[in-house]
Each structure stands twice: as C-alpha cells, then as structure tokens.
Design a protein around this ligand. Structure first.
Ligand SMILES: C[S@@+](CC[C@H](N)C(=O)[O-])C[C@H]1O[C@@H](n2cnc3c(N)ncnc32)[C@H](O)[C@@H]1O
Length: 244
C-alpha cells in the first residue's frame, strides 16, 4: 500500500500553496519541456494521466480536443480539488493506487504522468500496465524528480564546503525526505534503471530532457537561481512500437 501523503491535511495545505497549484501549468516551470515531448495534435486522442493530482493536465488535454481523458490518483483530496473545477464530460477521475491499478488494455493513444512516478515503488509493474494500456504506436511521456535529486538521503542544498555533491546514487529504493512535511517517502531510480526498464518493457525511448531553468528564467526569478547547477526534473518520451 502506497503512502498517500497528499491526503495528509498539513502536507496537502502546503502543497496547495505551490505555484504549480495556485497558477496551474503556468506555475510549473518544466511544463514547456513536458509539453514539447507530447504529440503536437491531441485531437480525438484517448489520454491516460497517471497521478493526475488536481487535474491540470487533464483539463489542458481536454482544451486540446482530446476525446476522453482518464485521470488516476490515489489522493481523495487531490481528486476532490480536481472535481471542484468546472466539469468536462470527457474527463473521468478515478481514485486508485498506481502500485496495484489494473488499466484497460489497448485503449490509450497517450499516457502521461507529471511528477508522480517517484512515489511508486513497483515501477516495473506500472510500466508494464502502461505499455499494455497503450495502442500500438501510442506515446508515454513522464516527468520524475531527477535521479541526482532523489538519490541523496537529504536532497536539500548542502552548503558545507567539503560536502559531497551526491551520495547514495547507485542504490535504487526508498528515501524518506522532509519535503513540505516530515517523513515523505519517494523512490530513487538511477538513470540506467529507468532506461533499461523502458527497454525491458518493450518501449522505444525517443527523447530525454533534463529540466533546469533558462538564463532568462534565472534572471526573473531569484528562487530559480540555485536550480541552475543541477537538473531538478527528468522527462522521458517513449513509444510502444507498431507490430508489422
Ligand atoms: C507532485 S503531484 C503531481 C500532480 C499532477 N500530476 C501535476 O503535475 O500537477 C503527485 C501526485 O501523485 C499522486 N500519487 C502519489 N503516489 C501515488 C500512487 N501510488 N498512486 C496514485 N497516485 C499517486 C499524488 O496523490 C499527487 O496527486
């Protein structure tokens, strides 16, 4: 059973104050990179959103002409927030745990997941589920906290002069962090694990992006300046090949 930290009242309250929640996709600095990995046309597409949270990407997909969007999240509170927005009959929200969810097979043209998969322990299982749920030629785009950020036991900036920049990288597995609240469990996967996993599942990896702020963004936001030195997010685009 997954932790479901987003239903913790204090964590939820803190999370709701982040720019990605107050401003939506415009407050998510990596969104332009994420968007660029998605197919340019979503007209009539069947979309799956894993860890959809308050449904920002679901509503965006609807605005792009998608036929149906299924947003899955474990958190009752996040889904309630999503349902508080004006409803669109094309969007369905489902409360489910990505560790155990059974997805419909050969159904979706695009599966996407924004910053949710680092909460999932059994990544091979959910990758297999996503692969089976896609139609041939379907696209899987996900963002995840970058492995160099999920690796250390303490992901905060270490300002000590003799500090190791990165520890514990090669050990995949759980990390307990104090992000927004004490005791938040995230799962670290090395870059090699992610790539090999996609490959072993049958996906063809098409593109990878490591998000960091542009010089212009750093100029306009002091808060982003300390993100310049290492990528905060890893984004991947993979495709389920067509069988001839
Ligand atoms: C950082 S939020 C991202 C939300 C949304 N994708 C976005 O970009 O705004 C991570 C989301 O993943 C969900 N999540 C975490 N673990 C999950 C699990 N095991 N099953 C389903 N959803 C999960 C959380 O409830 C939360 O809504």
């Amino acid at each position: 059973m997954a932790q479901n930290i987003y239903d913790h009242p204090e964590f939820f309250e803190e999370f709701m104050h982040l720019p990605s929640q107050t401003k939506g996709l415009n407050g998510a600095p990596e969104w332009p990179s994420f968007r660029s990995l998605l197919p340019s046309c979503l007209e009539n597409a069947m979309i799956l959103d894993l860890g959809c949270g308050a449904g920002w990407t679901c509503r965006w997909a609807a605005s792009q002409g998608a036929a149906k969007i299924l947003g899955i999240d474990i958190s009752y509170k996040m889904l309630k927030r999503a349902r508080d927005f004006p409803q669109d009959t094309r969007i369905t929200y489902q409360q489910a745990d990505l560790e155990v969810v059974e997805l419909a097979r050969d159904t979706f043209d695009i599966a996407l997941s924004s910053l949710a998969l680092h909460y999932v322990k059994d990544l091979p299982r959910i990758m297999q589920q996503v692969f089976a749920s896609l139609v041939e030629g379907g696209t899987f785009v996900f963002s995840i906290e970058h492995p160099i950020y999920t690796a250390p036991s303490n992901p905060d900036w270490n300002k000590k002069e003799d500090a190791q920049p990165l520890d514990d990288y090669l050990h995949d597995g759980a990390r307990t962090t104090n992000w927004l609240h004490d005791g938040v469990i995230k799962y670290h996967h090395t870059f090699a694990t992610l790539i090999n996993l996609l490959h072993a599942t049958g996906f063809v990896l098409e593109q990878v992006a490591e998000w960091g702020p542009s010089a212009e963004e750093v100029y306009t936001s002091k808060e982003l300046a300390n993100r310049r030195n290492r990528p905060r997010f890893l984004l991947m685009k993979a495709v389920k090949p067509q069988i001839m």
